[in-house]
Ligand binder design. Structure first.
Ligand code: SF4
Length: 216
């Protein structure tokens, strides 16, 4: 596809999703920056629903980096044990709290280079935090966005996660990136599902390039 046509294609896709997703925002519940960071770390390989149930209790007990830093690992484990990989995640969130208290005066850093120094924080988590908390024009590619971008035909099927991120960033305007992240993610979560995409009710079915559409 030529660059001009591709830009047009992106525009059409995003305009259609914009109409079907009026509230493009994270479904993770949080009341401060630290809570959002912890929720994103807990959400790796875990549903937002489950994370919200866990953090309701977790944040009541430990609402900020200082209180989580003072908590015992076994107490944190007892609260988050229904999450996937609880042992690693306890270490990550406790380690994040410690570093944020000791090196950042209790505040979540806003720069990518600083965020990825925190335990358990990789490129995707850092990008989500930068986008949601600090309005930076980055696109975090999670499992939904990775799958949906390929199916629709926004990116080449052979691309890896970093290539997908670069391509989406190239064709989506800076001021649209934050919303576009949520459009694609929510579309993947509720319509273009991994196992059985709901193509019959999909607003993109007329322009989607996926060969194995499901019209059951
Ligand atoms: S038509 Fe099907 S495969 Fe294509 S975006 Fe919609 S749900 Fe996904």
């Amino acid at each position: 596809m030529k660059v001009k046509n591709k830009k047009q294609f992106y525009k059409e896709v995003l305009n259609i999703l914009k109409k079907s997703i009026p509230e493009p925002k994270t479904e993770l519940l949080f009341q401060n920056d630290f809570q959002l960071l912890v929720a994103v770390v807990l959400s790796a390989q875990c549903t937002d629903d489950r994370v919200n149930k866990i953090t309701k209790v977790l944040f009541e007990k430990y609402s900020d980096a200082y209180s989580l830093n003072n908590a015992k690992e076994e107490d944190i484990y007892n609260v988050i044990k229904s999450c996937s990989y609880p042992n690693s995640k306890v270490k990550y969130i406790k380690g994040i709290a410690k570093k944020i208290v000791e090196e950042y005066n209790g505040k979540v850093p806003s720069e990518y280079e600083e965020l990825i120094k925190l335990p358990g924080v990789g490129r995707k988590t850092a990008n989500v935090v930068m986008s949601v908390l600090f309005d930076k024009p980055v696109i975090a590619v999670d499992t939904h966005i990775y799958r949906v971008s390929k199916r629709i035909g926004l990116v080449d099927k052979s691309y890896n996660i970093l290539q997908v991120e670069k391509e989406l960033t190239k064709y989506i305007e800076r001021n649209e990136r934050k919303n576009a992240h949520h459009y694609l993610l929510l579309h993947g979560r509720y319509v273009c599902k991994a196992l059985k995409p709901l193509c019959k009710q999909c607003v993109l079915r007329h322009l989607c390039k996926y060969e194995n559409k499901n019209f059951d």
